[in-house]
Design a protein around this ligand. Sequence first.
Ligand SMILES: *Cc1c(COP(=O)(O)O)cnc(C)c1O
Length: 423
Amino acid sequence: MKQETKCIHEGYKPSKGEPRQLPIYQSTTFKYDTSDEMGKLFDLEASGYFYTRLQNPTNDSVAEKICALEGGVAAMLTSSGQAANFYAIFNICQAGDHFITSSAIYGGTYNLFAVTMPKMGIECTFVDQDLPEEELAKYFKPNTKAVFGETVTNPTVTVFDFEKFARLAHSHGVPLIVDNTFATPINCRPFEHGADIVTHSTTKYMDGHGVGVGGCIVDSGNFDWMKYADKFPGLTTPDESYHGITYAEKFGKGAYITKATAQLMRDLGSIQSPQNAFYLNLGLETLAVRMERHCQNALKVAQFLKGHEKVEWVHYAGLEGDKYYDLAQKYMPNGTCGVLAFAVKGGREKSIKFMDSLRFASIATHVADAKTCLLHPASHTHRQLSETQLIEAGISPDLIRFSVGIENADDIIDDLKQAFDKI
Ligand SMILES: *Cc1c(COP(=O)(O)O)cnc(C)c1O
């Protein structure tokens, strides 16, 4: 099946007489007849549902759809994108470990990696993703366990060079983890370019309507944990909390997601509610159609901004002449996403007047849904970062993140025009 068809038909597949739409299994627990049957589930000897904190059929159907869209072997939903990125790293890193991340990442992920994970003894090095390969290689240490980046970065809309980072990660015996939230599998399939694990904030385009916070982790099944057994003892040595099973031996390509479910979800419990998974599934059904429109509209808006005298600069990788145009063409020939970044001439005061003058494009701590919205990271999402950290993350203080919706592009441009006229 092609991506558009998978959006509709992957995941839940009803048999004769069953509901045509994905049912919401609004149940914490599942019934068994004997104590022995239950026992086998707890030992991971049999597979089946027993408690929704670990697994729920509605969630699993939706995870299966995302897995198919990404071309992976196993996937799980999480309560948020933050939980997805945390689990993705924490599943293979423990106190004393280190990982490498592009510094151009979402603000919430930046805090997670820079402030919260070091408190658990997990350190990371933030790198400039545009450095040449030889320079980046210098940041690897014996205890480095993963490399992390974002396909299209939020909010700077730069493009990640998958092949460069996949070569670096693999030559050092560690997996490449990529947050594919902005591109979605409609525009980019990171596994085809060497990524091993993909994460999503499904809160964005996948949901598409701004109704449910959620996340997802997908495993390609390509990384050979056993080959680097010393680096990943959590997967390659017995788990005493599961009677000594060794995930990589017992579950093969499913090891990474099984461990994340059986251990992290069991102990930390960031499960997505089945109700939210149902909404997410509705969003996924139209994802391919919406992404196409988001990209068409964003390109028109970017071209308009590029030609406007009151605009200082505009960044959109789909725009010819953009610094990341070539990388975008290589990895996302059908388009990147609907988000672009630009700055208004005349400093902060003018920017704020401009933003406040918009009619339907609204200021929102959100991005990547049907409605056009915008945000000024330096005064909103990233306000906890220092000036130096902002610049390190590639966010200039005048950057406006503009998330182009699926309205008629002419209306979006008219709204921008009238707001420019007010400054
Ligand atoms: C929003 C976002 C996140 C965090 O996701 P939540 O669902 O808000 O927890 C992570 N990565 C990217 C790229 C995002 O845009």
